[in-house]
Design a binder for this molecule. Structure first.
Ligand SMILES: [Zn+2]
Length: 190
């Protein structure tokens, strides 16, 4: 058996020593990558983790642009916002909305002008922040008016008319996705 292995190795080597070298090089590269993940990468990983977790509930947050935070934090606290970007806490149970791990500035639900739709007890629950269309209105449009698509919702409710999601939506993203989720919710209730 040993003899066979030796012969095989020799055989490959004979045919293509370069190929073997490439293979060895690749294995070395992969090993290095793995090593980086476990040792060198560790520090970086922790850094990212520390940088985006909510200071209260420790859930990973989603980055939100400064312009969005500046626009949605109550006027009396605008000065505190500064000019950096923030994270938003996605945990529905947590009272924290925006936080900046570097400056330690954070804003809770009461310090934000709009109820954040995915937070517990958000009232009203907006599906479209720009045109102030609620999740309830979208669901009603689905159940009562037979709306099926975002386009239908736009026509029936007037959602997304004055799209300025960057300033109005707490995530600073287009309301399209939240509307779709509300439609799905409505369709499932039918
Ligand atoms: Zn939180």
């Amino acid at each position: 058996m040993n003899k066979n292995l030796k012969t095989e190795k020799y055989f490959h080597y004979k045919i293509s020593p370069i190929k073997i070298k490439i293979k060895e090089g690749k294995a070395k590269m992969i090993n290095e990558k793995i090593n980086n993940c476990c040792c060198g990468g560790k520090e970086k990983f922790h850094k990212i983790e520390n940088n985006n977790t909510c200071p209260v509930c420790k859930t990973s947050g989603v980055k939100v642009k400064n312009i969005t935070v500046r626009h949605l934090v109550v006027n009396t606290l605008t000065e505190l916002v500064g000019d950096t970007d923030y994270y938003i806490c996605m945990n529905e149970e947590c009272d924290i909305v925006y936080y900046n791990p570097e400056s330690n500035v954070k804003f809770n639900k009461k310090q934000v002008k709009m109820p954040v739709w995915f937070k517990k007890d958000a009232n009203p629950k907006y599906a479209c922040y720009c045109s102030k269309v609620t999740e309830e209105q979208v669901i009603n449009a689905v159940i009562k008016d037979g709306a099926k698509t975002v386009k239908d919702i736009i026509e029936i409710t007037g959602a997304m008319k004055n799209s300025q999601c960057e300033k109005n939506n707490p995530l600073g993203k287009c309301c399209h996705k939240i509307i779709q989720e509300a439609i799905d919710k409505g369709l499932s209730m039918k």
